[in-house]
Design a protein around this ligand. Structure first.
Ligand SMILES: Nc1nc2c(c(=O)[nH]1)N[C@H]1C(S)=C(S)[C@@H](COP(=O)(O)OP(=O)(O)OC[C@H]3O[C@@H](n4cnc5c(=O)[nH]c(N)nc54)[C@H](O)[C@@H]3O)O[C@H]1N2
Ligand SMILES: Nc1nc2c(c(=O)[nH]1)N[C@H]1C(S)=C(S)[C@@H](COP(=O)(O)OP(=O)(O)OC[C@H]3O[C@@H](n4cnc5c(=O)[nH]c(N)nc54)[C@H](O)[C@@H]3O)O[C@H]1N2
Ligand SMILES: [Mo]
Length: 703
């Protein structure tokens, strides 16, 4: 600290973004202005490092385009023309529109939110109290992680896995469907440490990502075929006797049935299904089995890439079976990590108060899936669907840019009879369709407390500066809306501090030390968890074992054993479609954006340049495309025009459109979600962003 400047303060904060790393941050404030932001050097996961994006958080916070006042739409929907109004006017307009809808059937009102901030307070606490009390439709929050989450839980029981901090001790690390250099940087730092200590790294990814480039081996499977690769690994482990028989006998269920199932998944069949050489299947399985057999820790980091196809749930379920077969869970540094989310004893019911919902037999609760918002905004009232959506309140999300099959989403948002309110920092693609826009505070301007899905720390966020302009925290906006609606339950008067204080269950041994007033001072606290969570079984499944056979899956109408569910759209599974649209397209995150957050930060957009499509030189040559050409990417759902980049990072037959661009900041006003579909995964009702066929042609002119 700079001691000769007396009015300088260091504030403990948390990175709010939808990322597994949830960094502990230190914000320097001078004369009421934040002047520096850095990673907390003492936090074991953050280790003093922030990613490039969040290093620019001050540029984002003080951005000249910040929304600073409530606004009312004056142009057409989508046009983005607004005029300033007062808070009083905004709240009156909103409640006057909501009251008559609620009097008829409150289910015609829909909240739409995701993880723009992952904070407990500014996420689903006061907001959900409001929507529960109102009796609004419920939102099925599936857009990111529910396919893998459900698949993992069938096998393991809960989203609990290997502690990130242990990975540096692993001797073999499989990075399966993830690109941690871009999307989980602090985990990658642990992997680098493991590598220095002699670990072998394998990336399983159709695309030679920044991460795959730096691993010892890269297995470039066809998108959506990971479940088959996992079956092939299991086949070889059984065939070659690379198994931990004691662990299997004591802590797993259904090994005999599994053995029978995987017998059919020979390396030959797997190689053909995954589009890889047979020796790669053997290599991967032998590496995994023999390293474990030597008593060395083998760890898998399974991420989101594998979940975004039809069989995404099954893929994660199959991968989650592997550690138990070789006894990898015996080591703190062995096992698998999908998400650490269920390690946190979060008091969701206390925060969200589902008990406030009116019990009306005429209007039973109705749930709408956020991943099919395109179709659902266009539905009329019907017995099956329930009431047409008449009002939409969006916060912490940018659906017009991120939801699949964008043309339909935009059509729904453009409905003249839909009343839309958006709480935002910036005038995003979604804001352009709002009737009323409400300015929200950023992480530097409000208090919050954070769990995470990548490590085991609870992290506190103290406000560093006063709200800019007339911005208010989400929590305060919903408090005021509740008051205007006449909701007088005392829970609507609770402060942000009171919300944060009840966020975690200190009666649970894992969070026994949780005390908000102390955490605010200290910044972060680690959960009390055993170093090797399943060393002696204790899986939170119905049987208490790792379930190779899942009775719950059978009851849900799924195959109770590991299986392979092909993509909806691939050359093998949909040959007719593939004759029109022969290339598979994936649209994973661009390193310097966070979903669509930061796309409007100029310094980061300068780094990423313009929207582009990576295409293999052979696929390009057949189409007369050269590097730098503008190409038209299209399928039955839509199209976009982007710049072609020729390289062999994308395997032949695959194109890669790094995402997620703001539509209005792309030269043609479109992004990759014009091409994605609203079909859902086998489990968890999640989107299939990476299960898409397209055709590419040279465009006549620039976009
Ligand atoms: N910089 C940055 N960080 C982020 C985000 C961001 O937008 N930018 N987003 C955050 C969010 S919300 C999430 S959910 C995570 C996502 O981050 P990750 O878990 O890393 O997942 P994805 O980025 O979806 O995909 C990662 C890799 O999976 C590959 N992949 C695509 N399809 C398949 C497949 O079928 N099989 C296999 N094996 N691999 C496949 C892609 O090529 C990509 O390299 O990152 C978070 N962190
Ligand atoms: N094609 C394609 N589409 C995808 C994906 C992909 O890989 N490819 N990834 C999918 C995934 S994994 C995810 S998680 C979703 C992400 O989709 P979203 O959750 O919609 O994420 P963002 O696009 O980052 O939008 C979050 C918005 O919240 C706002 N925000 C942040 N903090 C606050 C706050 O405190 N208050 C308010 N009111 N607003 C705030 C930000 O300004 C930002 O505009 O996108 C999905 N869509
Ligand atoms: Mo996500």
């Amino acid at each position: 600290m700079n001691t000769h400047i007396t009015n300088t303060q260091i504030i403990r904060a948390a990175c709010p973004h939808d990322c597994p790393d949830t960094c502990a941050m230190l914000v320097t404030v001078q004369d009421e202005r934040a002047i520096e932001i850095k990673g907390d050097p003492e936090h074991p996961n953050t280790a003093g490092v922030l990613c490039t994006k969040v290093s620019r958080y001050l540029e984002r916070t003080y951005h000249p385009d910040r929304l600073l006042h409530p606004m009312r739409r004056i142009g057409r929907k989508g046009e983005g023309r607004f005029e300033r109004i007062s808070w009083d006017d905004a709240l009156t307009t909103i409640t006057e529109r909501l009251k008559p809808i609620a009097a008829r059937d409150a289910r015609a009102i829909l909240p739409y939110s995701y993880a723009g901030t992952m904070g407990v307070v500014q996420g689903e606490s006061m907001a959900m109290r409001f929507f529960n009390r109102l009796g609004a439709s419920r939102l099925d929050r599936t857009i990111c992680s529910s396919a893998g989450g459900v698949g993992y839980k069938y096998t393991i029981g809960a989203k609990i896995g290997t502690d990130t901090e242990q990975f540096e001790h692993a001797k073999l690390i499989l990075i399966w469907g993830g690109n941690p250099i871009a999307s989980n940087l602090h985990f990658w730092m642990k992997v680098q440490e493991a590598k220095r200590r002699g670990a072998i790294l394998v990336a399983i990814d159709p695309y030679r990502s920044l991460t795959a480039e730096k691993c010892h081996h890269h297995v470039a499977v066809l998108p959506g075929t990971d479940a088959a690769l996992a079956l092939g690994i299991m086949h070889v482990l059984v065939r070659d006797g690379l198994l931990d028989h004691d662990y299997i006998a004591d802590y797993t269920l259904g090994f005999d049935e599994l053995k029978e199932r995987v017998a059919a998944w020979t390396p030959e069949r797997v190689a053909a299904t995954c589009g890889i050489a047979m020796h790669k299947v053997e290599l991967l399985a032998r590496l995994y089995g023999t390293t474990a057999a030597r008593g060395e820790p083998v760890a898998i980091r399974v991420n989101y890439g594998v979940q975004r196809s039809h069989g995404g749930g099954m893929a994660v379920r199959n991968i989650a079976c592997l550690p138990a077969l070789v006894g990898a869970w015996r080591h703190p540094a062995g096992g698998v990590l999908l998400s650490s989310g269920d390690s946190f004893p979060k008091r969701a019911a206390q925060l969200e108060r589902p008990d406030l919902a009116p019990q009306d037999p005429l209007h039973p609760p109705r749930t709408i899936n956020m991943s099919t918002i395109g179709d659902d905004l266009l539905r009329e009232t019907s017995p099956a669907f329930g009431p047409k959506v008449e009002a939409l309140i969006v916060y912490n999300a940018n659906p017009v840019a991120v939801a699949p099959e964008s043309a339909k989403v935009a059509q729904g948002f453009a409905r003249d009879d839909l009343f839309t309110v958006v709480l935002e920092h910036f005038q995003t693609d979604t804001v352009d369709y709002a009737d009323i826009v409400l300015p929200a505070t950023t992480q530097l301007e409000h208090a919050d407390v954070h769990a995470t899905y990548g490590h085991l720390y609870i992290v506190a966020n103290n406000p560093a500066i006063a709200p800019l302009g007339e911005a208010l925290p989400n929590s305060e906006i919903f408090r005021r809306l509740a008051a205007r609606m006449g909701f007088d339950d005392p829970c609507f008067s609770e402060s942000d501090d009171e919300l944060a204080a009840q966020a975690f269950d200190s009666g649970d041994a894992r969070a026994a030390h949780y005390d908000w007033s102390r955490l605010k001072e200290s910044g972060w606290i680690k959960l009390q968890m055993p170093a090797a969570p399943f060393a002696q079984g204790g899986f939170p499944t119905p049987s208490g074992k790792c379930e190779f056979y899942s009775e719950r899956m059978r009851e849900a109408g799924l195959d109770p054993l590991p299986d392979y569910i092909p993509p909806y759209e691939s050359a093998a599974s949909a040959p007719e479609l593939a004759s029109l649209y022969p290339l598979a397209m994936i649209s994973p995150p661009q390193r310097n954006f966070l979903n669509t957050t930061f796309v409007n930060v100029q310094s980061l957009r300068n780094t990423e340049g313009e929207p582009h499509l990576e295409i293999h030189p052979e696929d390009a040559a057949g189409r007369g495309i050269v590097d730098g050409d503008t190409v038209r990417v299209f399928n039955q759902r839509g199209e976009m025009r982007v710049r072609a980049r020729l390289n062999d990072g994308a395997r032949k037959g695959l194109v890669v459109a790094l995402s997620i661009w703001w539509k209005k900041l792309a030269p043609d006003g479109r992004n990759a979600n014009e091409l994605t579909s609203q079909r859902l995964t086998d489990m968890g009702r999640a989107p299939t962003f990476y299960d898409v066929l397209v055709q590419v042609e040279k465009a006549d002119s620039s976009p």
